[in-house]
Design a protein around this ligand. Structure first.
Ligand code: FAD
Ligand code: UDP
Length: 381
């Protein structure tokens, strides 16, 4: 009945389903444990006509033209450049921390001195990860690096990951570098936009094909069996020898044989206000106060003209089995264990791993789409 089985209807699974159905005329079964498609990118319109991102704010940005063009087949876009402020010492300053943030916090004179010093070492516009800036020996730059480290990164990272910045992979804090310039946008990618009707519509358009059947509200574990000894996969008790694309957690897939992989979870608290706007920009980060990390106001992302607004507070949590593993945790030990899972998974020749969880990578949406398109090329074209 089916040529390919895909587990998970997030971007990884949906891109592959779309490509295989449309270009290869394959019959696809998608198995998704949630009640909707879209994975963590799922959004919906609330009672106030505001598009809400159910699993946290999702801002599309990419340097990959092919990813933008691919997705443009399924949506129109509204130009949108994300702005983030961080509350530091009672003031709200732009993030990534930049020359304007210095001016607000240190005053013009001191900020200009620091600016000059920085530009002796780095060209204008450079993005310097905080852990790199901390290695600079210059006394003034070290003062700045220590300030930013303590006021922007230390406590936020403790809340988000339960760890110090040095204890996690440096690429994580490098996502928000110190920016030696005045560009106040959170991302500098050439393509930045928001799907006009939200992300869920993208998925509905991608998956709207007669060859694609979707089984929602079903874990693959209810209807599939992976036999790693025999190196075979069973669907509804019958041997299934077509490709199986897996986008879930590999430790769960392999019955935790090499231990539980660490993940980090989040709790989202949504609140409505009878106000046209709650805050100045879409996201305000609270590195040093409160248990939540940031507040995002959706109206800044998807504008609507009315006097109601909805925001979401993000409370990071230790991951507990059965909850949503929002973030893989990037420690050396975790990566080593993940590699053991990946090697073992290779023993089943028709099993393909792809996606943020299955690849155990900090993929943004564009990285996920790019990887899925690569897997399509590598394995199917
Ligand atoms: P997912 O979206 O997680 O999809 C995997 C799917 O598999 C899920 O639907 C899951 O239910 C399903 N599944 C898992 N296990 C099973 C099972 N046992 N049986 C059946 N189905 C199963 N990216 C950006 O580019 N910009 C952003 O601003 C941004 N913000 C983010 C904010 C947060 C809080 C998070 C967590 C992520 C953010 N991302 C952002 C990243 C983005 O969400 C991911 O890149 C993308 O969702 C990954 O797609 P995926 O298909 O790999 O995974
Ligand atoms: N970070 C921080 N303070 C901030 C913003 C980010 O310490 O105000 C660190 C933190 O470790 C975070 C990482 O930088 O997990 C990446 O931030 P990003 O905003 O990219 O996280 P995401 O949106 O993926 O949750």
């Amino acid at each position: 009945m089916f040529d390919v089985v895909i587990i998970g209807a997030g971007f990884a699974g949906s891109v592959l389903a779309e490509r295989l159905a449309r270009l290869k005329n394959k019959k696809i079964l998608i198995i998704e444990q949630r009640r909707h498609v879209g994975g963590n990118c799922f959004d919906y319109v609330n009672d106030h006509g505001i598009i809400i991102h159910r699993y946290g704010p999702h801002l599309f940005h990419t340097e990959y033209r092919q990813v933008f063009e691919y997705l443009s087949q399924f949506t129109d876009w509204q130009l949108y450049e994300h702005r983030v402020l961080a509350k530091i010492d009672g003031k709200k300053v732009p993030l990534p921390f930049n020359f304007e943030s210095m001016e607000i916090l240190f005053g013009r004179e001191k900020a200009q001195q620091l600016e000059k010093k920085l530009l002796n070492y780095y060209p204008y516009g450079t993005k310097v990860p905080i852990l790199e800036l901390k290695k600079n020996q210059d006394e003034d730059i070290l003062f700045l690096a220590d300030f930013v480290y303590k006021k922007v990164f230390l406590h936020y990272t403790a809340k988000q990951w339960g760890k110090r910045p040095e204890e996690i992979d440096p690429s994580v804090t490098a996502r928000v570098p110190v920016l030696l310039g005045r560009d106040n946008r959170y991302f500098q990618d050439p393509y930045q936009a928001i799907p006009s009707k939200g992300y869920t519509k993208i998925f509905e358009n991608m998956l709207n094909h007669p060859n694609i059947k979707i089984l929602l509200n079903t874990s693959y574990r209810e209807i599939m069996h992976f036999d790693f000894q025999e190196k075979k996969i069973y669907l509804f008790g019958l041997l299934f020898s077509g490709p199986v694309i897996f986008t879930g957690m590999v430790d769960e897939l392999l019955n935790y044989e090499f231990g539980v992989l660490p993940y980090r979870s989040l709790e989202f608290h949504f609140k409505d206000f009878d106000l046209p706007f709650f805050q100045e920009v879409a996201t305000v980060n609270y590195p040093n106060d409160h248990d939540f990390t940031r507040i995002t106001e959706f109206k800044h992302i998807h504008p609507v003209e009315n006097n109601k607004t909805t925001v979401v507070y993000e409370y990071p949590r230790a991951y507990v089995k059965g909850e949503i593993p929002y973030y893989p945790m990037f420690t050396d030990e975790a990566r080593e264990n993940y590699e053991k899972y990946r090697e073992k998974a290779k023993q089943i020749p028709n099993l393909i791993l792809v996606g943020r969880l299955a690849d155990y990578r900090y993929y943004d949406m564009d990285d996920t789409v790019k990887r899925a398109l690569e897997v399509y090329e590598e394995s199917f074209s």
